[in-house]
Design a protein around this ligand. Structure first.
Ligand code: C2E
Ligand code: CA
Ligand code: CA
Length: 786
């Protein structure tokens, strides 16, 4: 049932019922007041009748007493006396004196044939005569002195009052007064009423009758013993008044009902049902996704409140929907589109490119050291870094094309989009490009942008990225294939030294797969003793008092055989496994030194490589301290090799850490010197003992005089800073000779020895430098220089 119908079905009876009750009550009140007034009227009449009868009775008795007392009623004189008395009392109709039924005398007329009805009253008799109407016949016995038989005096008086009363009632108020005896027999002449007033009804106080087509209310009352009085009050007038009132009330009820139906209909509709219908429409709209607002806010009633709550709910719903959409399509941390949105966009761009004939580039990139930053500095710092990175990426892309996030939200088609796939992986799609070079340019711009250090909290963080680029349609036809190949290219970029971009090439698949396999088998490799340290001698050539080795790690893979550190070290750095592996290398180095010490070799020192990842994100100080306390070695027998790239990531941190390591007595070497950055500044800033000149300088000193010049100046610089100089990668006699002339302290290279197992490395030392049984301090260089 509709709300409107429900309301009306409740409210209309509520209005009509009181009106009905009022009309019934009015009817009832009028009826009862009619009864009351009839009753009162009857009562008055009855009282008057009683009074008239009693009055007459009393008068008759008084007359009889006068007759009896004042006159001696002698039989002879009776007739005369009666006449005299009668003349004095003209109201007496008839006097009669009897003795034993013998009439002694009469006065006046008394025609018994005139009597229509009579009824005995207490001590009297009421008679109705044709001419005189009601008469009262009183009879009394009088004992007269001297008379043996009592006389009976019979006196008849006209009941004038009663006659008048009956007459005037009928004339004035149309009330019919009836008198009846105890048998219910009427003393009046209205014979037709006989049937209407049965005896049984004499005792009934009031009842209605219809007589002569008129309605009467009959009221009965007892006047005397054997005399009852009934009054017939016409009720027609009163009932017609009440009927009119009833009709009026019914009319009012109907009109009020109709008006209230209309008014209620209007007001329910304007106050309740139409706002509700509006709410329903709005709800439907919201369900369909449109966000309409309800304008009932001016109302102060519950509907107004409901509308406000509804609007609040609508806003809440919209924001929740936005949030859900945000969660479904955007990355919560950076606000960049997520993978779902990204794939969707590539799909759209592919479709467009098919029409325009343009190429697409998918750039997949991964931050090189993000994992370590996250591990070392905490996720909060990691998250902040990712947000800052995404801000920079947005800036890069903005200049190239529309920024994806905004255009995606506005529903426009994008020409490019940058997205975050998760972790530190970001992707970029570039459309409408004409050649791969354009993509390479964007990639290099991103790399440049990321090269600027990030200041997060107290940390200055250096981030680089490895990027892989795949091209549509060359490298794939679907978003998934393009993404996968860009990912492969990114892996290849990582494997080949990070911080650069590479285009996808189908030949890349193999090494990338290998890399993934290696990554998986790395964890168990240490426990299986697959990692070993090789030792390469650093040959002292100018009377140095120490003989030195460098440890170089190897992975003796169960299936693949010996794997070069150039392959697995970057992998270990990417996965963070380098921390475990690096700690192991330091411990292993110290163990070896202790072993050699025990064997009696004098002044043997070993350098070991420390990854930039360890330096910046690990705790090498603790590892070194631990190793020094675990093994019986002198701190200066241990040297750690660090690279310039490791130092530049967070200089402040590196300076503090290296000073602490140095304070333990451990020496520090700067590896690969000359390949990197502002080398001179580093030499002054960091507590360095040894400079290892990179192989690239040594490689062509015999063929390129400029290289020799650079070498000379590096050696000169090192000497002036009191640093040991080690020349790496010496392979030929010519290179050696040139270095000998330039007084390099140590020579490291295949010319003397390749990295080998410790026993073999030590065999080289014994053979050339410690041939005497004492394993002397300063081995001669005869053999070397000859
Ligand atoms: P690096 O520290 O510069 O080590 C020297 C590299 O030059 C070694 O390569 C060594 O075998 C090679 N080498 C030595 N003499 C010659 C020569 O005369 N000619 C040529 N062509 N090469 C020579 P390797 O063993 O393959 O190691 C490569 C790099 O891997 C190392 O470069 C170092 O950066 C890293 N690495 C090796 N072991 C470890 C390690 O235990 N920890 C860390 N963090 N890195 C290591
Ligand atoms: Ca090294
Ligand atoms: Ca080196």
């Amino acid at each position: 049932m509709k709300l409107q119908t429900k309301f009306l079905s409740i409210l209309i009876p509520l209005i009509l019922a009181p009106l009905l009750i009022v009309s019934i009550t009015a009817h009832w009140v009028l009826q009862s007041s009619l009864k009351d007034s009839t009753h009162t009227q009857t009562q008055i009449l009855t009282d008057q009748v009683i009074w008239a009868v009693n009055q007459s009775k009393q008068l008759a008795r008084q007359y009889i007493a006068e007759l009896r007392n004042n006159y001696v009623l002698s039989p002879e004189l009776i007739a005369e006396e009666l006449n005299t008395f009668h003349q004095l009392r003209p109201d007496i109709l008839n006097i009669m004196v009897k003795q034993q039924d013998k009439i002694l005398g009469t006065s006046g007329q008394f025609d018994h044939s005139q009597v229509v009805k009579n009824t005995p009253l207490s001590g009297a008799q009421l008679q109705l005569t044709k001419q005189q109407g009601f008469q009262l016949n009183v009879q009394q016995t009088a004992h007269i002195l001297g008379r043996s038989e009592p006389l009976v005096i019979n006196l008849t008086l006209p009941l004038v009052n009663l006659n008048k009363l009956v007459e005037s009632s009928r004339r004035k108020s149309h009330v019919i007064v009836l008198l009846s005896n105890s048998e219910g027999e009427l003393l009046t002449q209205e014979k037709s009423l006989k049937k209407l007033l049965p005896k049984s009804l004499i005792d009934t106080p009031a009842f209605p009758i219809t007589w002569n087509n008129k309605n009467f209310m009959v009221t009965n009352a007892k006047v005397d013993d054997g005399l009852y009085m009934s009054t017939l009050t016409p009720t027609m007038n009163v009932t017609s008044a009440t009927d009119k009132l009833n009709a009026l009330l019914s009319y009012i009820a109907i009109v009020a009902g109709l008006i209230s139906v209309v008014v209620l209909h209007k007001s329910i509709s304007s106050l309740v049902t139409s706002p509700l219908a509006r709410f329903q429409r709005h709800t439907q709209n919201i369900i369909r996704g449109s966000s309409s607002h309800i304008n009932s806010l001016k109302r102060t009633d519950e509907i107004g409140e409901f509308a406000r709550s509804f609007n609040d709910m609508r806003k809440h719903l919209l924001s929740t929907t936005e949030q859900i959409e945000e969660l479904a399509y955007y990355d919560t941390l950076t606000g960049l589109p997520n993978k779902v949105t990204f794939i969707d966009t590539i799909q759209n761009l592919i479709e467009k490119s098919t029409l325009t004939g343009h190429q697409l580039a998918i750039v997949f990139f991964d931050l090189d050291n993000f994992k370590h930053i996250n591990d070392a500095l905490g996720h909060e710092t990691g998250d902040t870094l990712l947000m800052e990175v995404s801000t920079r990426l947005k800036e890069c892309i903005r200049s190239h094309d529309v920024l994806a996030h905004e255009s995606h939200k506005s529903g426009k088609n994008n020409n490019s989009m940058i997205a975050r796939l998760g972790g530190d992986e970001f992707t970029l799609v570039l459309s409408k490009i004409n050649s791969p070079e354009e993509a390479a340019k964007v990639a290099s711009r991103i790399l440049q942008k990321l090269a600027v250090p990030f200041n997060i909290g107290d940390n200055e963080l250096f981030i680089s990225a490895s990027m892989g680029i795949s091209m549509y349609p060359k490298d794939g036809k679907t978003p998934e294939a393009l993404l996968k190949n860009a990912d492969t290219a990114m892996y290849a970029a990582k494997a080949s030294g990070k911080n650069h971009s590479r285009f996808y090439d189908s030949k890349m698949n193999k090494p990338v797969l290998e890399r993934i396999e290696l990554e998986a088998s790395m964890r168990s490799a240490l426990a299986n003793n697959e990692f070993i340290l090789y030792y390469q001698p650093k040959v002292p050539i100018f009377g140095e008092t120490h003989f030195e080795f460098e440890t170089l790690m190897r992975w003796n893979h169960a299936e693949k055989g010996m794997i070069s550190p150039g392959l697995f070290i970057p992998l270990a750095e990417d996965t963070g496994y380098i921390q475990t592996l690096g700690d192991w290398a330091i411990e292993q180095t110290c163990r070896q030194i202790e072993l050699w010490n025990r064997k009696g070799y004098k002044n043997v020192s070993v350098s070991t490589n420390l990854s930039p990842v360890q330096l910046n994100y690990g705790n090498p100080l603790q590892t070194i301290k631990q190793a020094l306390s675990n093994f019986d070695i002198k701190p200066e027998q241990l040297e750690i090799e660090i690279t310039e790239s490791g130092l530049m990531q967070n200089e402040q941190h590196a300076v503090e850490l290296l000073n602490q390591i140095k304070s333990l007595g451990v020496r520090i070497a700067l590896d690969d010197f000359g390949t990197g950055y502002s080398s001179l500044a580093y030499l002054l800033k960091f507590p360095i003992d040894t400079l290892k000149i990179d192989r690239t300088f040594i490689r062509d000193i015999d063929s390129h005089p400029e290289s020799l010049k650079v070498l000379e100046s590096i050696i000169g610089l090192a000497k002036s800073l009191n640093l040991h100089v080690v020349a790496e990668g010496v392979e030929t006699k010519e290179q050696l000779d040139l270095l000998l002339q330039r007084k390099c302290n140590y020579i490291q290279g295949f010319y003397f020895a390749r990295p080998t197992e410790p026993q073999q490395a030590m065999a080289f030392f014994e053979e050339h430098f410690a041939s005497d049984p004492q394993l002397s301090d300063v081995p001669p260089l005869k053999k070397v220089v000859s």
